[in-house]
Design a protein around this ligand. Structure first.
Ligand code: HPA
Length: 279
């Protein structure tokens, strides 16, 4: 399994895959339920970020277990989806944004595999947080399908689970944020730390607090996701068809334990030097 989809709010069902089977993958951080299926002769993984029935809130998702499970199954590319609010008037409900950068306002989540001590101290480069190849493929797929899309956008990650205040949204917009959500950090960070190329399709479900005409609700988010679920499914299928083979030279075998994880990672960007471990 070299590619997996992480489904966010409203994306719980890997309908586009055949021969589905559920696997429980053990990790140093706990067990993870993963669905494996086939698409066009290729094995594809699917993981529902919030668990079956959306039972896990953003601040309690076991991000380390999820990424570790995918890594240990050999995954080298992740296409993730997320519902987001928009602080950018050009990004409106129903639009897809192929995210290019993030700002981290989370507060209390384990955010690394490298905890010091015998694991050493690791500072991962985040000059290019999202894989440019996956983004290019998603932009091309959305273009072919006529899905409203933005190539690039800055995702602000909050701790949640509450929505933001209008003052926070004004601040995020002034800082350069386009979108606001509660889950992409540390997910993208952990993927990067273990050498998995990661792309994020954010679907705008609402204008953010203070910009929206009414108060926000999770029901509204799910309703817009349901209306656009078919677009997301078509986008994922076309992206899987277009996705090139993963870059050569990355660790395919999972390290025996998190401490031995590969250094940073996505080598798809221009001029990114190969990580020393693989040179
Ligand atoms: N804020 C945070 N997360 C979200 C939002 C929002 O407005 N909409 C969907 N997820």
């Amino acid at each position: 399994m070299d590619i997996a989809i992480i489904g966010g709010s409203g994306v719980y069902d890997p309908k586009m895959l055949d021969d589905l089977r559920t696997e429980v993958v053990g990790t140093p951080y706990g067990d993870v339920e993963l669905v494996a299926g086939r698409f066009g002769g290729r094995e594809v993984g699917f993981l529902a970020r919030h668990g079956v029935g959306h039972a896990v809130p953003p601040h309690r998702v076991n991000y380390r277990a999820n990424i570790w499970a995918l890594k240990s199954r050999g995954v080298r590319r992740i296409i993730a989806t997320a519902a987001v609010g928009s602080c950018n008037p050009k990004m409106v409900p129903g639009d897809f944004v192929l995210v290019s950068d993030f700002i981290d306002f989370t507060r209390q989540r384990p955010c690394t595999f490298f905890e010091g001590g015998p694991q050493g101290v690791v500072h991962t480069d985040f000059t290019e947080p999202y894989c440019p190849v996956i983004r290019r493929v998603l932009v091309q797929a959305a273009g072919e399908l006529g899905i409203p899309r933005h190539d690039g956008g800055v995702y602000v990650c909050t701790e949640g689970p509450r929505f933001e205040t209008p003052a926070e949204i004004r601040m995020f917009a002034r800082l350069g944020g386009d979108l606001v959500g509660m889950t992409n950090v540390p997910e993208v960070v952990l993927a990067h730390e273990v050498g998995i190329c990661y792309g994020l399709v954010a679907m705008v479900t609402n204008a953010a607090a203070g910009i929206a005409a009414s108060h926000l609700s999770h029901a509204e988010v799910l309703e817009i996701m349901a209306q656009n679920g078919e677009n997301l499914r078509r986008l994922a299928m076309r992206a899987l068809e277009l996705m090139p083979a993963p870059p050569a030279g990355l660790a395919v075998e999972p390290p025996a334990e998190p401490a031995a994880a590969a250094p940073p990672a996505c080598r798809c960007g221009p001029g990114t030097p190969p990580p020393k471990h693989f040179a």
